[in-house]
Design a binder for this molecule. Structure first.
Ligand code: SF4
Length: 305
């Protein structure tokens, strides 16, 4: 049982210590572990539990094919990742709260592994019953909020007032952050959105420059420039973060200069296919030999996929 404790991850940048309860990271660069000691699994792994979602955001990248992961397969992957050095797992989708055994898988991961458990949600199913079941079983939640007020309602098709109420509710059980898709619709709201997030108690504001999907073209050059200027002038207290795939042109600080690519992050989609990120169309199916075996194939074949 791992109810608390510090995870120790040797890697090419040194020894990484991580406390999932406080979110504290410490990198000891003075110690250089030899290659054979490096953690074999990526630092962070996202898992799409299901493709199902009851919203229809036009910039959504989740596949629209029906797919859902088997609970027992997830459990075995969590143990494999945990024992091979992964420090955190992020459940997503689709909408992960629509996964039938969602609270159960969070609880299992929290109580039976040393992984930090997070999930990304639109938030509208976080009612009292689900919050009670999740309390003590997640370490961080990411709430998706693209624009505020009428912009949010136009893009997400849900009441912003009810979203605000879900924000107030989540902070009673866990630290949280706001995920913000940046495009020409949402950039004009970004100041007000950051103020809303900070006042609501968010500790992180994750910028997700819109990526091209079947439904939209991705962030425009002028919106990218506007975002760069906003980041340069941001003076709020929240930690700003940006998706790796949208980070071009933005100032970032990453102490893990050598632990990159598939050593840093990978994604498992709702069909059980291992991919370099959640936007990738192709990857390697995870078979009975497990995640690390599929990861070895993915590393070998990445240039051909
Ligand atoms: S809430 Fe998320 S998963 Fe659902 S449609 Fe919107 S972007 Fe896609």
């Amino acid at each position: 049982m791992f109810n608390s404790g510090i995870k120790v991850r040797p890697g090419p940048d040194g020894i990484h210590l991580f406390d999932r309860n406080s979110g504290t990271n410490l990198l000891i660069e003075e110690i250089a572990p030899v290659d054979s000691m490096w953690a074999k699994a990526p630092r962070q792994v996202s898992i799409a539990l299901t493709n199902t979602c009851d919203l229809a955001c036009k910039y959504c990248y989740a596949p629209k094919t029906r797919a859902i992961l088997d609970y027992d397969r997830i459990v075995s992957w969590l143990h494999e990742l945990d024992s091979n050095g992964t420090i955190g797992v992020g459940f997503g989708g689709g909408e992960p709260t629509l996964y039938p055994r969602f609270a159960e898988i969070c609880s299992y991961a929290c109580r039976n592994t040393g992984l930090a458990v997070t999930f990304t949600t639109h938030g509208h199913h976080l009612d009292a019953t689900l919050l009670t079941a999740l309390k003590g079983n997640v370490h961080f939640v990411r709430l998706s909020m693209d624009g505020i007020g009428s912009t949010y309602e136009r893009l997400r098709g849900r009441s912003f007032h009810s979203f605000s109420q879900r924000v107030q509710a989540i902070k009673t059980i866990t630290p949280f952050g706001i995920n913000y898709v940046v495009n020409s619709d949402t950039l004009p709201d970004i100041d007000a959105a950051a103020i809303f997030a900070e006042k609501s108690g968010a500790s992180e504001f994750l910028l997700l420059p819109e990526q091209p999907t079947n439904g939209c073209a991705g962030i425009t050059e002028s919106t990218s420039r506007g975002l760069q200027q906003w980041v340069e002038h941001y003076s709020g207290r929240m930690r700003l973060a940006v998706s790796e795939i949208g980070a071009d042109g933005l100032p970032t600080c990453n102490p893990f200069v050598n632990e990159v690519g598939l050593h840093a992050y990978m994604h498992i989609d709702a069909n059980g296919v291992l991919k370099p990120n959640s936007y990738a169309e192709r990857g390697v199916p995870i078979g009975p030999t497990g995640v690390l075996s599929a990861l070895a194939d993915l590393r070998q074949n990445q240039t051909r996929l």
